[in-house]
Structure formats: C-alpha cells, structure tokens
Design a protein around this ligand. Structure first.
Ligand SMILES: C[S@@+](CC[C@H](N)C(=O)[O-])C[C@H]1O[C@@H](n2cnc3c(N)ncnc32)[C@H](O)[C@@H]1O
Length: 169
C-alpha cells in the first residue's frame, strides 16, 4: 500500500509541484501524502483562499499529519482516493484544478487503478492538471487511457529514481 520505505526527495517534490500555478489553483487534491513532503511544500505556496484536500488511507500517516498540520486551507481525509467526489461535495467544491498523486498504482489491482483515475479525471476542470510519480513505466498505459495528453520526465535524484507523469485533462 505504501510503495516505498523512503520519503521522496526535494528534487522529486520540486518536479511534482513545478507545473502547478499556485496563484490560480484554488482546489488541489493530494492522493497518498505519506509523511507529507509534498503537502508541506504546497502549503508554503497555497493561495489564502485555496483548498487542499489530502487523502491518506494509512492510519499512522493520517494521525501524524493530523497532529502536525494545522491550516484551515488543508482538509485531511482518512479515506481511499477513489472517493474524491464525495468529499468535494462535502466541502461545497465543484471541481478541482489539480490532482497530485503519489499512489503506488503499479501495486494496485486494475479495478482500483481505473476507479481512481476515472474519478480524478471526472472531478478535474477542463485543462486541469494530473501529476503522478511512479518508480516504473508499468502504469503508463492505464494513465494514458484516461489522460491521453501526457508528458513523462525522469528524476534520477530520488531513491528509487522516479518517473513523473504530467497530464492535462
Ligand atoms: C509512495 S507513498 C508516497 C508518500 C509521499 N507522498 C512521498 O512521496 O514520500 C504512497 C502513499 O499512498 C498511501 N495510499 C495507498 N493507497 C491509498 C489509497 N487508496 N488512498 C489514499 N492513500 C493511499 C500510502 O499509505 C502512502 O502513504
């Protein structure tokens, strides 16, 4: 479920966040924050009126984030990533500008991969951004099925080295 024992490097974080325009992005979804390396970097750049919905399924990571992050713009959600729509409704939000995912898709059954990607695609606004990192190209086909417009870049300065998929709806 976790996919890695070592948190992502700041190099990978910079690459993951590099395409986000924080001035205009008002609704950002993060899937699989783990210990929150990307979450904290996003909080530093979030607009005052932005919402960041963070989905973490693991009890220990969720509890630690809850203790450490206290920001009214951040909504920590202890639920699985395929339920994004339910929580957008709950917070009165219509659509998202960005979905940033660290989920280990390669380890997921196909049904779950499809659910998460189709839900991410559905709730993104037109031309919205989907960013995903993976340690292999294993999930390329399934990501491309939902986001045909995609770019892949490689980050050797991470352990393990990672591929970043940057996609537009
Ligand atoms: C590879 S770790 C990434 C952690 C961190 N973002 C990083 O890059 O260092 C993947 C995270 O996804 C979480 N996760 C796995 N399945 C999930 C699901 N269905 N919904 C939400 N989070 C999930 C795991 O608990 C883990 O924290």
């Amino acid at each position: 479920m976790v996919g890695s024992v070592i948190p992502s490097s700041r190099f990978l974080a910079r690459k993951m966040l590099g395409s986000i325009d924080f001035k205009t992005a008002k609704v950002i979804i993060e899937l699989g924050p783990g210990n929150g390396v990307f979450t904290r970097m996003m909080i530093e750049q979030l607009s005052p009126d932005a919402h960041l919905l963070v989905f973490e399924l693991n009890d220990a990571f969720y509890e630690a984030l809850k203790r450490e992050i206290n920001d009214p713009r951040v909504h920590l959600i202890h639920d699985s990533a395929e339920h994004i729509g339910k929580y957008l409704d709950q917070y009165g939000l219509e659509e998202a500008d960005v979905v940033l995912s660290s989920l280990p898709l390669a380890n997921f059954p196909l049904v779950l991969k499809n659910k998460i990607l189709s839900e991410s695609h559905r709730i993104l606004r037109s031309n919205g951004l989907y960013v995903q990192f993976q340690y292999s190209l294993n999930a390329k086909k399934v990501i491309k099925d939902f986001f045909p417009s995609l770019q892949i870049s490689f980050t050797p300065a991470n352990f393990p080295p990672a591929f970043v998929y940057t996609c537009r709806k």
